[in-house]
Design a protein around this ligand. Structure first.
Ligand SMILES: Cc1cc2nc3c(=O)[nH]c(=O)nc-3n(C[C@H](O)[C@H](O)[C@H](O)COP(=O)(O)OP(=O)(O)OC[C@H]3O[C@@H](n4cnc5c(N)ncnc54)[C@H](O)[C@@H]3O)c2cc1C
Length: 446
């Protein structure tokens, strides 16, 4: 185990790209469309608005790509787990088709954009595998067949493959041909150089037609909140309809070339893709603020199956999970005018950010978008996950702790693996000495 913990550096992507610096905003400014957040969602919104000659500005609180986008595993696929059979059943064929088509188009958009901004874009097949036995009460083989059949009904040639190059036995996988993987830091840092961005400009408050930052204000006709977890509590009830889930990644040299992208159909299972001579092994996930396998689980797996490998990087990150596995993209709330958001990407934020940028740029420019309806943040919230989220909030709001979150006052849990204070309610995180690391909290612990 020891050899896996030595010589590890944190960020793979940022070491491989020349990420530009941008000035801080000073004083008061004005724009037609203000985008808050310089991750994949915010930058892609900027990219499509620029293409339309819109007057826009991006405000990033820290540095661009300092959020989850800088720590993703960057698989670009419309295959978001084993969701389509269930989505057709629960949301109906039409909605599932819109969701699928939007994401499939997003893969093609990346293919085109990567010609403008070279970013190690590589076409790869994508696979969601299951281990043998049962999956949610049904035989794994049956589940895979049913999912592939559902995707074929949506018009895409999915198939079930049984001989996988993974180092353990599986029941097979659903295969989506011609998906892709890339280096997000290369793409977004090149793209950012063409965009109107201010960094180190943290938005403290959003008012009807302006935002307040520590170093100035910006008056805007439309505002897009692309801050990962939306920062405004008063509208949209995102604190009820989302939680955050943390996952861990190790990059191994001398492991295996899996020649594709593999994800376990079970929540918090393992994922595999290669980058250059490394295997990126993901997993160990858990709701933020709860216990999980973390890097230990990945290192155990690596020493069992890749005993000759050595760990080059390790990192962890988290994403926002929606109630129904569909992101929230569109007007911030039913009553919000001129305020929009893109969030709840369920660890599939590459295609979701692209979809969000297309939908939101159309919305703020006043043109329709045929996919918008499927992603509306104001859709029905009555889902089993809502009650799990509410239960978690109640327990952690009343429970005793020395440390409480500055977002809504939930008790914080000590994260032994990362030495941070984490909030099980909404996923805010703080350093040992109280500095805020992850939102929705935006104030340090006192
Ligand atoms: C381990 C892991 C692996 C993943 N792998 C994949 C994958 O293979 N494929 C895939 O499709 N998806 C994947 N995802 C999901 C994907 O990475 C995310 O959904 C996506 O990066 C989120 O992008 P974003 O722009 O919404 O958020 P972020 O990248 O977090 O950007 C938000 C930005 O907003 C800024 N900000 C926050 N608050 C403020 C404020 N008040 N003022 C100004 N700026 C502010 C932050 O500093 C940050 O830069 C993965 C996620 C994880 C955790």
């Amino acid at each position: 185990m020891e050899k896996y913990e030595k010589n590890c550096e944190k960020r793979l992507w940022s070491e491989t790209a020349d990420i530009p610096d941008f000035n801080q905003l000073h004083g008061d400014a004005k724009t037609d469309v203000l985008i808050i957040g310089g991750g994949a969602a915010g930058l892609l919104c900027g990219y499509y608005l620029k293409k339309r000659n819109a007057d826009y500005m991006i405000l990033e609180g820290r540095r661009i790509l300092s959020g989850t986008t800088g720590l993703t595993t960057a698989k670009i696929t419309a295959q978001h787990g084993l969701i389509y059979s269930k989505m057709i059943k629960n949301a109906g064929y039409e909605k599932a088709k819109l969701y699928f088509d939007a994401n499939r188009r997003a893969v093609e958009d990346y293919r085109e954009i990567s010609k403008i901004y070279p970013c190690d874009f590589e076409e790869r097949d994508s696979f969601v595998y299951l281990t043998e036995g049962e999956y949610k009460g049904t035989n794994s083989n049956e589940t895979l067949k049913r999912e592939a059949e559902a995707v074929r009904r949506l018009g895409f040639p999915a198939s079930v493959e049984v001989n996988l190059p993974l180092p353990f036995k599986t029941a097979g996988a659903v295969k989506f041909p011609m998906q892709a993987q890339f280096n997000p830091a290369k793409l977004f840092s090149k793209m950012a150089k063409d965009l109107n961005i201010y960094e180190n400009t943290f938005v403290r408050e959003i008012q009807t037609d302006r935002v307040i930052t520590d170093s100035g204000t910006v008056k805007a006709k439309k505002i897009i909140v692309a801050t990962h977890f939306p920062i405004l509590n008063k509208q949209g009830a995102y604190y009820m309809k989302m939680y955050q889930s943390r996952s861990y990644v190790i990059a191994l040299e001398n492991a295996q070339n899996v020649e594709g992208m593999y994800v376990d159909g079970r929540e918090n299972g393992l994922s595999f893709r290669n980058y250059e001579n490394m295997l990126l092994l993901g997993g160990g996930g858990h709701r933020t603020g709860k216990k999980g396998g973390n890097w230990e689980e990945l290192r155990r797996f690596a020493s069992k199956y890749y005993p000759e490998s050595n760990e080059k990087y390790h990192w962890a990150a988290q994403d926002c999970m929606s109630l129904d596995k569909i992101p929230y993209i569109g007007p911030y709330s039913g009553s919000a005018e001129n305020l929009y958001t893109a969030t709840g990407f369920n660890k599939w934020g590459m295609t979701s950010s692209m979809t969000a940028a297309k939908i939101l740029s159309d919305m703020v420019m006043g043109t329709g978008n045929r996919y918008a309806e499927a992603f509306s943040p104001s859709r029905n919230m009555i889902k089993p996950q809502l009650f799990v989220n509410l239960g978690e909030s109640v327990v952690n709001l009343v429970g005793f702790s020395k440390k409480r979150c500055t977002h809504m006052g939930c008790r914080l849990k000590w994260n032994k693996a990362e030495h941070t204070w984490d909030c099980p309610c909404h996923g805010s995180r703080f350093t040992k000495d109280g500095r805020v690391l992850d939102n929705p909290a935006n104030l340090n612990l006192i």
